[in-house]
Design a protein around this ligand. Sequence first.
Ligand code: AMP
Length: 195
Amino acid sequence: MRRICVFAGSSPGGRPVYTEVAQALGCELAQRGLGLVYGGASRGLMGVVADAALAAGGEVIGVMPHGLFAHEVAHQGLTELFEVGSMHERKALMAQLSDGFIALPGGYGTCDELFEAVTWAQVGIHQKPVGLLEVHDYFATLLAFVAHASNEGFIPPAQTDLLLRETDPAALLDAFARYQSPADVTPPPTPPVLP
Ligand code: AMP
């Protein structure tokens, strides 16, 4: 693995622990010699993880849609900043540049990016690991929804494992290093007959 894509809130969230974990992830990536790929913003948890990786000597690549975020300040200190034409181009380039995907706490944008990455794993567009860096049980309700969708016959039980989850950046990156994509993740589910 050379680079990891991190999806994270464009806001810092309401608890200091979100910032602390984002910093820890940025440091851990840099210490392992893994580059960071992310949305390119200077603010929110996105800016925090980028600043931490840069401060620890890491490579940080931002991918920002040109002119989309009028009030968003692109990070000026990155190793490289790509400007692209749309959100779709941004997600495609971030995926192309990365060997795995991590979601930190965030909002709609983070969830959109996370579910796209795991959907692409499910249909075999890529074989890269996708993980949640859990903070303060932030993702518990999202995982409960995934379990519900599986119980209701919309996600095959084996494919709920496509979303890795750890509370510690080192443990999550260790799991990424061990990750083996399921041999065949493409068949459609056979839904159970529900009572
Ligand atoms: P959200 O979780 O809704 O705050 O969105 C954050 C995610 O969506 C990041 O991973 C970005 O790639 C993208 N994104 C959403 N809003 C922005 C923004 N204002 N600046 C940069 N990236 C953003």
